[in-house]
Design a protein around this ligand. Structure first.
Ligand SMILES: NC(=O)c1ccc[n+]([C@@H]2O[C@H](COP(=O)([O-])OP(=O)(O)OC[C@H]3O[C@@H](n4cnc5c(N)ncnc54)[C@H](OP(=O)(O)O)[C@@H]3O)[C@@H](O)[C@H]2O)c1
Length: 248
């Protein structure tokens, strides 16, 4: 019987991890996607789409599908699923590890303002600028909706839904983004403040360089914590090494 690994996905790293795992002998991989993106890039191996029905639903799924280990490779800001995975894995005594790309670190010349949440970021904005490049995704836009005096360039993969800021231009696009492209967006739209989650990784980092070059402030929303006791790998390769140590 091959070992059945459940990869909670929705990120580039999760896809890379699934690619590596399917190439290994004796392993069966199922990737799980939330189903938020209309046309996701699918990983190799088996794929299931949609919520489990909370931690209990996931525990049931792990049992029914004889899962041997779970790798939570979801986005660093997908906090609910990570805590559900921790409860579910503990309930059915299945090893769990998290794959989290490292967060970004400011360098000389950066003008970062750290916020604890999207609401905290929205509070900071009126002091920092008038023309906002908002790159926190289409979920949670309600936090920015009351900011009538500010203009927003909002970039996301799929179109946002109300409530949204009144003065907002939507740019539908999916990373990776180039430094040249980010410079051009900031220049053309006369952006004077950038808002981002601390997602980490290279694909969306050029906006930070472009903001530094332009001398504009950046509001960086801090990550939610990883559930206590969960071992964390920074790369798919590290996750596979850690998996080897966790499995019998
Ligand atoms: N948050 C972000 O900024 C962000 C950015 C890029 C990609 N993503 C990806 O988008 C997905 C949803 O993000 P989110 O912030 O809405 O998550 P979330 O708040 O942590 O999860 C909300 C609910 O969505 C379902 N869910 C989330 N991820 C799932 C997965 N991989 N497979 C099956 N069900 C999943 C679960 O439903 P049930 O309780 O019914 O199981 C979960 O309780 C994540 O998988 C994440 O990797 C998120």
């Amino acid at each position: 019987m091959p070992l059945h690994i459940l990869v909670l996905g929705g990120t580039t790293e999760a896809r890379r991890l699934a690619e590596s795992l399917v190439a290994m002998d004796g392993i069966k991989v199922t990737s799980s996607l939330a189903g938020r993106v209309a046309q996701p890039k699918l990983p190799p191996g088996e794929v299931r789409v949609g919520g489990f029905g909370g931690a209990e639903g996931m525990a049931e799924w792990l049992r029914a599908h004889h899962v041997d280990a779970v790798i939570d490779a979801t986005h660093p800001f997908a906090g609910t699923i990570s805590f559900n995975a921790a409860s579910a894995a503990a309930a059915v005594h299945v090893p769990l590890l998290a794959l989290r790309r490292p967060g970004w670190v400011p360098v000389e010349g950066d003008r970062w303002h750290v916020a604890e949440s999207l609401a905290g970021a929205a509070e900071l904005l009126p002091e920092l600028g008038r023309r906002v490049f908002l790159t926190t995704g289409r979920m949670g836009l309600a936090a920015f909706a009351p900011l009538d005096s500010l203009w927003f360039l909002m970039r996301s993969v799929d179109a946002p839904e109300a409530p949204c800021p009144a003065r907002m231009e939507v740019l539908l696009d999916r990373g990776p983004f180039s430094l040249e492209g980010e410079r051009e967006l900031i220049r053309r739209h006369r952006v004077d403040v950038l808002v981002t989650k601390d997602s980490g990784g290279d694909a969306t980092a050029p906006k930070l360089t472009a903001a530094r070059e332009a001398g504009i402030p950046v509001v960086v929303v801090r990550r939610p914590p990883v559930p206590p006791g969960v071992r964390v790998a920074g790369t798919p390769e590290e996750a596979i090494t850690l998996l080897g140590a966790l499995l019998p």
